[in-house]
Design a protein around this ligand. Structure first.
Ligand code: ZN
Length: 44
């Protein structure tokens, strides 16, 4: 589930599966639909 978080005075949307941050909620949701949490490419 996408989680909204504030950072640097902006609202970011974080994928709970992999921790990626997006500045656009729809981008985050779209990512999360394709993120099963088992894609090592997305890990830092
Ligand atoms: Zn993700």
């Amino acid at each position: 589930m996408v989680e909204a978080t504030e950072r640097d005075g902006m609202t970011w949307y974080q994928c709970e599966n992999c921790g990626l941050l997006f500045d656009d909620e729809s981008d985050a949701r779209q990512h999360e639909e394709n993120c099963a949490g088992d894609e090592p490419d997305y890990l830092q």
